[in-house]
Each structure stands twice: as C-alpha cells, then as structure tokens.
Design a protein around this ligand. Structure first.
Ligand code: PLP
Length: 377
C-alpha cells in the first residue's frame, strides 16, 4: 500500500471547476497583482482569524520580514524565538540584520517554553536584554504556543510580538485564533500548509489600524503616495491568481481541518490498540483547537531506521526538523553550541511526522501503525 505524506489532488478535484472559472476571469481581465481579488481574500482571512485586518503578501517568509520591518527592528536588535521551527523564522530575523535569541521548547508541544524564555532573559547582561525588541512565538504543527505567559513577558519587556502562524491557520488558544494575539500574525499559503495556494503566498494579520496602514505601504516598496518613498519596503505583493485560489479553498478549510482532527483521533485509537506506549509518544493536544498541519510522534529509539523501514513499505514520513536552528551552520556567529537547548535537540533526534492529510483513509492509517508495530517487534 502507498501512503504519501500529503496528496493534494483530491482537494483539487473538489474545487477544479470553480477555480478554473475564476482563473479564467483573471486571465480575461489581465489584472494580476493585488487588486480586488486580493482585497476580497484579505477580508475573508481577517474574518476567519477574527482580527481586524489582513494584508496579503508574497509568502509566509515575507510576512515575517514585513512584520519585523513594521516593528521597526533594526540591525543589532535582538529577537526572541524558538530554535525548533522552519528556517524562515530566524532567517527573517537575520535578513533584517538582527540577532535571534533562542529559548528551549516544551517537550510536549514542541513550542517555545515560557519558563525557558524567562531564564534566557534573566541570564542576559542588562545592555543585551535592552536590545531584545521582539518575540516570534511559532505555533508549530498547528497548535498555538502558550501565549498567555509569553504575552505577559512581552508586556514586561516591551516586546513587539509576531506570531509565526504559518502552520496554524484556524488554530485557537483559549478561544482566540492564531494571528489575533500578537501585534501581527504571519501565515503562509505554501501548498503544503492547511490552506495552500497554487504557488507561493502569505498574509499578515493585525488588530492595529496603524500597523495595517504601514504594512500596506511596506508591501509596495514603501511607496506612499505612488513613487514617493519616506520609508524602504520591498516587493511583498500577493497576486490575484493565488488570492482567488486561496479564497476558493477557504470555504472548505473547516471541513479539511475536521478531517485532520478525525485522523488524529484515528491514530490515537490505533496506537492505543497496538500497545506501542513503550516506543511511541503521541502529540499532546494542549490548546483548544489543534489543526494538525502535522501529526508528529516521538519514538524511543531507531528513528532513522524506522523512517527507512516505513519508506520501504511505501509510507512517506518527514522530519520537522532534523537540525535545530541554533546548530545551523549559517547561525554559527550567534555563538550557540550543542547542548544549549537539549529539549529541542532531543526532539530533532526522535520526532517523525506521519501522514495526516484529510483524505487519508482508515486503511492507510491502519497500515502505518501496523508497520510501526512490525518495526518495534
Ligand atoms: C512554511 C513556514 C514558513 C514560511 O512560509 P513560506 O510561505 O514557505 O515562505 C515560516 N514559518 C513556518 C513555521 C513555516 O512552517
């Protein structure tokens, strides 16, 4: 049996006719960049995330970059974030000329641990601590970071908060949606995210009128009015075709999310029945709406051999992420060493993501768990 990590073709079949219709309209109009399609998507996203505004941008990475620009982060400033995330989180910080300051993660949720953040801050020299200007909590795998204590720290330290919600559209923390808790929220429409475009795209959400206006200006090279620049932005525009595709898909997102949540339950039942407790730790659902962009388990031993074994059986898996960011070669100059964040390092060595996409069948899931059982037998 073949079990891919993700199969987007069933979604496309579901939507094909409506998408072909709007894309044809866009071809006929020859209006490709920003415009009414992007504005309509922004309204839909703001409503969906239950916040005041949304600004469509070119990618999730650019959503982070433009947020850091809007926050006024400058070379030499420091930004607190997780070492256990996709590269873009800290990549955006470095591209501004700022320095990432990492704190360890919570072993149960893989999200940044507020206690570790406090400890890191308390160990900094006063001048260093004063240079920490922002925090980027990442809602990894589709579950929100522990925002209440993080926002409390941000308040005390006067930090700008950028939620990296690229994997977490529709996820909730104590009833509030991802992207509605920080100063800005950053989302990605990369095809493998829960709400994917037919290419790159992203969006920034905010509840601040001032930031909303600033983000729109930064998105077009800081131009306001046209061809007059009081600030330097970039080309962070979203195009109409991607906006139309994402708008078309948004109607189905809650159904797809329900499918992912159902699959997570199916896995939990299958793993319970398989009696694999000694070998497999299932993801903990701590916050109220986990949207399962990924279903990541942790294994007691032989992670890489297990992955090969599953691959030989036709089951695709992935490691998110094999190298924590503090150990990436390009961040050597940040001065971190192996052992600095043991929880993140351990997660990088023992975690493995299983297929969880909505259209996955019970048979496929049964086969995945059976093969894992075979491996440990
Ligand atoms: C995907 C992702 C991004 C980047 O989004 P792109 O649209 O690929 O640029 C940033 N952060 C996290 C946590 C992601 O998963």
């Amino acid at each position: 049996m073949k079990v891919p990590l993700l199969d987007l073709k069933p979604q496309y079949q579901q939507l094909k006719n409506e998408i072909l219709e709007v894309t044809e309209e866009i071809y006929e109009s020859q209006y490709f960049i920003l415009g009414p399609r992007v504005a309509a998507l922004e309204e839909d996203i703001a409503r969906y995330c239950r916040c005041s505004h949304a600004v469509g941008v070119s990618s999730g990475t650019d959503a982070l970059l433009i947020s850091l620009m809007a926050a006024g982060i400058e070379p030499g400033d420091r930004v607190l974030t997780s070492p256990y995330t996709f590269f873009a989180t800290a990549g955006a910080v470095a591209r501004i000329g700022a320095r990432s300051v990492f704190a360890d993660i919570d072993p149960d949720t893989y999200n940044i641990d507020p206690a570790s953040v406090k400890q890191v801050l308390s160990k900094m020299a006063p001048s260093e601590r004063a240079s920490v200007k922002a925090m980027i909590p990442v809602h990894l795998y589709g579950q929100c970071a522990d925002m209440a204590p993080l926002l409390e720290i941000a308040e005390e330290e006067n930090l700008f908060v950028i939620e990296d919600a690229a994997q977490a559209i529709g996820s909730e923390y104590r009833g509030t949606r991802a992207g509605a808790m920080g100063h800005t929220g950053c989302f990605s429409f990369f095809p493998s995210k829960n709400l994917g475009a037919f290419g790159d795209g992203g969006v920034v959400t905010t509840n601040s009128e001032t930031l909303y206006e600033e983000l729109k200006i930064l998105r077009v090279h800081g131009s306001e009015p046209k061809y007059y620049h009081s600030t330097i932005g970039g080309n962070f525009r979203l195009d109409a075709l991607q906006a139309a595709v994402v708008s078309g898909k948004l109607k189905y997102l809650d159904d797809w999310t329900a499918g992912r949540q159902r699959n997570a339950e199916v896995y939990r039942q299958l793993f319970r029945d398989a009696g694999l407790e000694a070998h497999v730790t299932l993801p903990l659902e701590r916050e109220n709406r986990h949207i399962y962009n990924q279903f990541v388990i942790r294994v007691s031993s032989g992670r890489d051999d297990l992955r090969q074994f599953l691959s030989d059986a036709g089951i695709a898996t992935e490691i998110y992420y094999p190298v924590p960011l503090h150990l990436q070669e390009c961040f050597k100059d940040l001065g971190y060493r192996k052992g600095d964040f043991p929880v993140a390092e351990h997660a990088a060595e023992t975690s493995i993501a299983l297929p969880i996409y909505p259209e996955l069948t019970d048979d496929q899931q049964g086969y995945v768990v059976e093969k894992i059982k075979d491996f440990y037998a």
